[in-house]
Design a binder for this molecule. Structure first.
Ligand SMILES: NC(=O)C1=CN([C@@H]2O[C@H](COP(=O)(O)OP(=O)(O)OC[C@H]3O[C@@H](n4cnc5c(N)ncnc54)[C@H](O)[C@@H]3O)[C@@H](O)[C@H]2O)C=CC1
Ligand SMILES: CC(=O)[C@H](N)C(=O)O
Length: 371
């Protein structure tokens, strides 16, 4: 259809081929190509912006994408001051998703191609501050879609098991089913799924979305959700050997280790657009109850104790799926999880024990230096 962009075309336009950013703009200017359509040998690394990067999911994804595309091409952003290790690990900028002009400025100045939108208020935090959740999760998301449309970005907005409600079939929950969530978090996510699909159909926006289960990570703490117990239990296992669980022993929920989640995100972003047969996919790794994860942890920490004290999060969990049906993601995207419950437990305990030992060594060194 279009002639392939050639180096001589770029050179004749006076652009420096070493600078991938200019090549990309040059390509778009001359040919109107999307990155998918460009000849592979000419495809420069995408420039990627992650919003809400200081949350549970951002750092792991940034680190994976930086290994693939180079540290300079992956820009983390958020509205809070980053800890030192984040500042030292690559580019970090301030980006408030509620400020549209600020977003436009960042996208243009940084030459962004892919936008990974992680800013959000999670389920429990959202219920505690509904007006702020509406602002961040709905108005902020509108800004993300608009800026992505305006600058023809490939955009990823994650959805969640929280996008389903009590009338949804819970085991298994298919991609296309009843969605009547009862939290503002869930309502906003259904809205994001529908808006993304609408922008795709009306404007051709390259919107991609995976519905994640509860995510479990050692390096970054969870941000105030209904599935947070599944990360907290590991920290308690390594410190006090006692966990007070805010869900009932038999509350089954879909869960996933962070490495599977970040890999899934990178993989869905990398696929050529024609591979996507739908814009929103469920992905599943494992499902367990608090009693089941406790039993698995106890194999490694025999003194571990658990007490069940359900709080307001129980009512939320009771409306969510127990198992997601991710057949379509496995067929269309080649999705496959690597972590099951036993592998999750050994990995988390090993990592958190190592963190604890490193902290103890640092404290000992500081005390020795102060003497
Ligand atoms: N963590 C999980 O278990 C799951 C997460 N997801 C989704 O993945 C995405 C990332 O989740 P997490 O990292 O866990 O969230 P998180 O709550 O840990 O982090 C969200 C980040 O958004 C930032 N933020 C808040 N207001 C902002 C604003 N106005 N502008 C820019 N940034 C702002 C916060 O400072 C925070 O660092 C969210 O969309 C969430 O709904 C989906 C399913 C499961
Ligand atoms: C499953 C999620 O979306 C999140 N962890 C939450 O519990 O709110």
């Amino acid at each position: 259809m279009f002639p392939a962009i050639t180096k001589s075309v770029c050179r004749s336009a006076g652009h420096d081929l070493q600078r991938t950013q200019l090549v990309r703009h040059c390509v778009r200017f001359f040919n109107g190509f999307s990155q998918d359509e460009m000849p592979v040998e000419e495809t420069p690394a995408p420039r990627i912006l992650i919003t809400g990067g200081l949350g549970q999911l951002g750092s792991g994804l940034a680190s994976l994408l930086r290994k693939k595309y180079g540290a300079d091409n992956v820009i983390m952003s958020d509205i809070v001051n980053p800890p030192r290790h984040v500042r030292e690990s690559g580019r970090y900028i301030y980006a408030d998703i509620l400020d549209f002009k600020n977003l436009q400025e960042k996208v243009v100045n940084e030459g962004i191609d892919w936008l990974i939108h992680f800013s959000a208020l999670l389920s429990a935090v959202g219920e505690a501050n509904v007006p702020l959740a509406i602002k961040v999760n709905i108005e902020g998301m509108h800004n993300i879609l608009e800026v992505s449309k305006q600058y023809k970005l490939r955009v990823f907005i994650p959805s969640t098991i929280g996008a389903f409600g009590p009338t949804t079939p819970r085991n298994p929950t298919p991609d296309l089913t009843i969605q009547r969530p009862q939290t503002i978090y869930g309502v906003a996510k259904v809205h994001a799924e529908l808006m993304g699909e609408y922008y795709h159909q009306k404007y051709g926006l390259d919107f991609r979305c995976l519905r994640f289960p509860g995510i479990i990570s050692a390096e970054t703490p969870p941000g105030g959700g209904t599935t947070d117990y599944s990360t907290e239990i590991f920290h308690d296992a390594v410190t006090t050997q006692r966990h007070e669980c805010f869900l009932e022993h038999d509350t089954r929920l879909p869960m996933m280790y962070i490495d599977d989640c970040t890999r899934a995100t990178a993989e869905v972003m990398e696929l050529p657009e024609h591979r996507l047969k739908q814009r929103v996919y469920n992905i599943q790794a494992m499902s367990f109850t608090p009693a089941e994860i406790y039993a698995e942890v106890k194999k490694h920490v025999p003194d571990m104790e658990i007490e069940y004290k359900p709080d307001s999060r129980q009512a939320i969990a009771d409306t969510w799926p127990q198992v997601l049906d991710d057949t379509n993601a496995r067929l269309d995207l080649g999705w496959n999880h690597e972590y099951d419950l036993p592998k999750l437990v050994t990995t988390m305990l090993t990592k958190i024990r190592a963190q604890k030992e490193a902290k103890q060594r640092t404290t000992a060194q500081m005390e020795a230096a102060a003497m």
